[in-house]
Write a protein that binds this ligand. Structure first.
Ligand code: SF4
Length: 150
C-alpha cells in the first residue's frame, strides 16, 4: 500500500481507533455523515460533531437501511472483522489501491484523530472516503472489488 503510514492498533491512550464505515448496532457507534446521492455519485457530507445512535435516528432512513444513507463510526472490531489482517485494516488498503481520489483536499471530519483509516493510510484514505457507502446497492466494479476481502 503506497500511502500507508504504518499500522496503529489504538488511538490516543488506550482508546480503540474508530472504523469510519461501521454498523450502527455496534457498541459506541456514532453517526458521522450523511450520504448525498443527488449528483448520481454518492458523496458524504460530514457532520461537525458525531451524533450518538438512537432508535429514533435509525428510524429516520426508513424504508431504506440506515447504512445506505448514513455513515457510522464505531470502535474497530479487529479480529472479528473480515477485513482485519491480524494487524491492519485491509479494507482501507484496497480502497486506497483501487478507488480514485474524489476530494482534492481533506474533508472536514470530526473523527480524524481517532480514525483507523487515517491512522493507517493518511490523507490518501480521506481523499477517497467521501464516496464510500457502507451498504452500497449499486457499487462500481472498483467499489465492489474494494469491499471484497481477498
Ligand atoms: S475523512 Fe479521513 S479521518 Fe474522516 S472518516 Fe474518512 S478516512 Fe477517516
Amino acid at each position: 500500500m503506497s500511502a500507508a503510514r504504518g499500522h496503529a492498533c489504538e488511538g490516543s491512550g488506550s482508546t480503540p481507533l474508530l472504523c469510519p464505515s461501521a454498523q450502527p448496532t455496534l457498541a459506541g457507534a456514532v453517526l458521522v455523515g450523511v450520504v448525498d446521492h443527488a449528483s448520481g455519485e454518492p458523496e458524504l457530507a460530514y457532520l461537525e460533531e458525531p451524533i450518538p445512535v438512537t432508535e429514533e435516528l435509525l428510524a429516520l432512513t426508513s424504508p431504506v437501511r440506515p447504512t445506505e444513507v448514513f455513515r457510522f463510526a464505531a470502535p474497530c472490531q479487529q479480529g472479528v472483522c473480515a477485513h482485519w489482517s491480524g494487524s491492519d485494516c485491509r479494507l482501507v488498503e484496497r480502497i486506497v489501491d483501487l478507488l480514485p481520489a474524489t476530494a482534492l483536499t481533506l474533508p472536514r471530519c470530526a473523527i480524524r484523530g481517532e480514525c483507523r483509516w487515517f491512522a493507517q493510510s493518511g490523507g490518501a484514505a480521506c481523499r477517497r472516503c467521501p464516496q464510500v457507502v457502507t451498504q452500497n446497492e449499486q457499487p462500481s466494479d472498483e467499489m465492489r472489488e474494494a469491499a471484497t476481502p481477498r
